[in-house]
Design a protein around this ligand. Sequence first.
Ligand SMILES: [Zn+2]
Length: 352
Amino acid sequence: MEFSEFADLPVIDCHAHIPLRIRKEDDLKKEAETLKELIKKGYLTQMYLSAGSLGLYLKVKYPGLFYAGCPLPNPEASRRVDWDRHLSRLMEAGFDGIGEIVSKPAPRRERIPLNDPYYEGFWSTCESRGYTVLCHVADPEEFWDERLAPSWAKERGWIYCGDEYPSKEELYNEMEEILDNHPRLKIVLCHFYFMSADLEGLSSFLERHRNANVDLALGIELIYNISKRRDDWRTFFIEYGDRIFFGTDIGVSRSLRQHLDRIWLIRNFLESDEEFYTPSTADQLLTRYEEPFRGLSLPRHVLERIYSANFRRLWGTEPKSVKVDLAASICEEMGDRMTANLLKTAKTKEMP
Ligand SMILES: [Zn+2]
């Protein structure tokens, strides 16, 4: 299908990034314009950006278009965090949610599990104050097996062989403990929680944890795996349509063309009945399979939930406005002078 043939519905991307390495004002302004153009050409309504303090700048520059997720402090820098005070200040400044926070497999000596005492108070604050968390746990199971992992994963060091790495199950157990202890926590688990090879497992997980949700940010393996059991998964999507969120991981892609390819792949997958392939222009992480994928051709009321209604239920119907002075001082505290200055300039130029 072409973009213009997709359902005429609001579409909110719950999972996008700006590369944090951007350190020049001009580069950030260019990136901002690309995203603005992407929203138009990609038929998006809004985006939730996990981009550290840069997200606050985008919110001020283009009011109404961007939601922003706040980053967590570096655990090394500050062992003890007063989470309630810390997070409520960030939210007051204008962040809309927490994360993407990431619990990818890392050697045990380096990682701080999400259920570590370090996070004491974090999860209960999010739960009691109703802050929505976007959270990446684990990785595709093939990344634990040298023979099965794709070359681009190995090149990036995403290969987890040997005892020093936690298993996928260990990472899941950590998350399940958090979900058990915080049944009202609003949480979206990224990349379909890497369970696209296990329909029964994901159904039972979603039944056990009624507050947990998953996003569709690729991981191209999710389209591949779901295509293999297309009819069963189609039933699943209809049944769990209020627990599935549209996301892209834009920002892993670099150019406008690559960003658009990510949006197209997921929408074509959800809406068409076609056999289709990764476009030749797509970013490297989406290349892996020879076989065609198969679209789910979901009914409109399910698309409507996945594209925007679920998002608005968790993150609110509109992005929060930014308190520019507070936001600027928070950026300075984070060591981000550039964004602090841009915010101050934006305030005098663009805000009433
Ligand atoms: Zn991401």
